[in-house]
Design a protein around this ligand. Sequence first.
Ligand SMILES: Nc1ncnc2c1ncn2[C@@H]1O[C@H](COP(=O)(O)OP(=O)(O)OP(=O)(O)O)[C@@H](O)[C@H]1O
Ligand SMILES: [Mg+2]
Length: 436
Amino acid sequence: MRKAKHSNPHTLEIRLKPAQMRVFACTKRFRVLVAGRRFGKTYLALVELLRAASDRDRLVWYVAPSYKQGKRIAWNRLKRLTKPYWAAKPSETDLSIALSWGSVIALRGTDQYDSLRGDGLDFVVLDEYASMHPACWTEVLRPALSDRSGGALFIGTPQGFNHFYERYDRAQTEPDWAGFQFTTEEGGNVSTEELASAARELDERCYRQEFQASFEHLRQGRVYYAFERSGNVLDCRYQPGAPLIWSVDFNVNPMCSIVAQRVDDTVYVLDELVLPDSNTPAACEAFLDRTKPIWEAGPVTLQVYGDATGESRSSASSRTDWKIIRDFFNAKKTAFQASIRVDASNPPVKDRINCVNARLCNSVRQRRLFIDTRCKQLIRDLEQVSWKTDANGNPLIELDKSDPMRTHTSDALGYYIAHAFPMRPSVGYRPGILPL
Ligand SMILES: Nc1ncnc2c1ncn2[C@@H]1O[C@H](COP(=O)(O)OP(=O)(O)OP(=O)(O)O)[C@@H](O)[C@H]1O
Ligand SMILES: [Mg+2]
């Protein structure tokens, strides 16, 4: 397809993949595309925007769950795509691009969707619709399309049976609507080897959701659904030669941490420290005491992980906590050669939990995370931590913290696992090809 109707010496050739083309060629006013990660959803969204803006005096929007997210995933790509047609330099404050024939493409976020009222739109793409508040469509975007009979394209990867599922389901039967569902593989941007590697990294349900675009009951009930006592609990002995791992959650009561080791790709949790009404210096002393039989035999390589920003406290106090830990181990060099491995921020809770579930049991049923029988609180967490629900009993993407004993040991474990085995965000990017 050629990029725009208006001739320009800088015109680029854009080739949609066959699956993208099926959506692009559909003439229904409202379309819903359910597709796996790295299918090419955002790429298609940007090409759709340019087509919708290719007539005179059009106003079209790219809408993301938040302004910040939209800017990160689409703004530079949108500028690259439209550059030959700019009327002026794009506005970096309004995230809008005026084209030489009077049309405007703007980028918006639904984090404050009330502020989006007031414009009449010709076309809107809702990218990552599963993560948006459903009211942004019914209350703001749908009415904005009315006076110009504008169209809409909903795009996303499933997130359980939420409003995105409802929208897709209804699109199958309602006139004016069309629904499409494609796996990542059908998108043609990710190699078979990469997909096989993702299957090993993710647990089964997560893989089906993220790469096969399947609607799954992901968040109902137990958070760590991949955990099984019979499969993940073992006698885990200290293995000399492998570094010791200490991962800390800075909750005050109880203050929780786990002691582990990694051998190749497998993690063994040897012990847990659950200290009522405690603080970081006391936790360091308790760790020293508990690991005495190990370091008495000679200095041990230690890696320390944990809560980067102090989710349960202010980030200032978490910075102090990290300083206490650093100073403590600097003064204990005869026992430990310690390195502190903490990022500037924590990954999203959902990603952290996906990483733990993937280690507990991946989609090819390999278990690469084992817990010693003495870790009573951690085992309870893995069996009992559940998602919080709203007043109607629908699960939210938030952990249920109503029991003060729950979540802290599994959080401590998750900080380490997500740092050491992160979810790979950018499968499918092929260097050398202009990424839109
Ligand atoms: N038709 C195409 N031709 C060439 N490259 C493409 C095409 N479609 C997508 N790509 C490339 O494939 C990669 C993934 O595309 P894109 O970011 O659009 O996928 P996505 O489905 O939005 O991914 P995510 O699930 O991470 O949001 C990008 O590098 C993009 O440039
Ligand atoms: Mg995308």
